[in-house]
Ligand binder design. Structure first.
Ligand code: ADP
Ligand code: MG
Length: 258
């Protein structure tokens, strides 16, 4: 059985509007899945619901992680289990540096796993941080700045992947990590993701554009329209989308351009 199993998932907004309308998906470590869909189709809603954002209510279905139902768990517990979300719009945390944010996030995961305080030794933390920053070509000075405070779009996205690299989740959900990146930044970010995915990590790459999938060859592609997966296949499906757009899946050009 796959590590992450999403079964008949329905998600509604606080006003009761149903956005995600029955999604089935199974993701394992060492696999890259892509969800591709037009704007407004509910991709971010799905990502937030997986992570336990309180504004998104799961009205039906289940999310199993290693056999346990995540639906009743808080976001921090889901993270401690090994689920990670890189946000489409990362929030700034003025007053908290990238370094201290990462260290406390790592320590809270370590504490949950060990059942007691088990802080990462500083030299080990520093070594891993510098190595990951180098791989992602993040300037050193960024580590001492407040998280996402005044960061450019590209810096925010790189720091999301840096968090993933440092937290070592088992399944990472990357919501439009490609948006707003120029081609060089895209290459670095995509290369980072590809490098980290392996026996310990599986990824769900959510995107509007086919572009990033030229750098991260997904094993599975799911076309997401109107809150549902309408077609699933291998990497060839991404190329079909590139050639034909979402119209082939019943989405009008107008909506696609929104
Ligand atoms: N917090 C929210 N409040 C109100 N509407 C929301 C909220 N989150 C999502 N929506 C609405 O749900 C629909 C799907 O949005 P979203 O999940 O962001 O789609 P996508 O990520 O595919 O572009 C949109 O109509 C959006 O306006
Ligand atoms: Mg979105």
């Amino acid at each position: 059985m796959a590590l992450l199993q999403i079964r008949n998932l329905h998600v509604a907004l606080e006003d009761g509007t149903e956005i995600v309308k029955g999604v089935d998906l199974a993701i394992d470590q060492n696999e890259i899945h892509a969800i591709m869909g037009p704007n407004g189709s509910g991709k971010s809603t799905l990502a937030y619901a997986l992570m336990g954002h309180p504004a998104y209510e799961i009205t039906e279905g289940e999310i199993l992680f290693d056999g346990d139902n995540l639906v009743e768990m808080e976001a921090d517990e889901r993270a401690q289990r090994g689920l990670f979300l890189a946000f489409q719009y990362p929030h700034a945390i003025p007053g908290v540096t990238v370094t201290s944010f990462l260290r406390s996030a790592i320590n809270s995961v370590r504490k949950a796993r060990a059942g007691e305080e088990d802080p990462v030794p500083i030299p080990e933390f520093r070594r891993e941080l510098l190595a990951a920053m180098e791989r992602l070509q993040i300037p050193r000075e960024l580590a001492q700045r407040y998280l996402n405070d005044g960061f450019s779009g590209g810096e925010k996205k790189r720091v999301e992947i840096l968090q993933m690299a440092m937290l070592k989740p088992k399944i990472a959900v990357l919501d439009e990590t490609d948006s707003g990146l120029d081609i060089d930044a895209l290459r670095i970010v995509a290369g980072g993701v590809r490098e980290f995915v392996g026996p310990e990590l599986g990824a769900l790459v959510i995107t509007h554009y086919q572009r990033i999938l030229n750098y991260i060859e997904p094993d599975f592609v799911h076309v997401f329209v109107g809150g549902r997966i309408v077609e699933a296949g291998g990497p060839e499906l991404a190329h079909k989308l590139e050639a034909e757009g979402y119209q082939a899946f019943g989405v009008g050009e107008e909506k696609e351009a929104a």
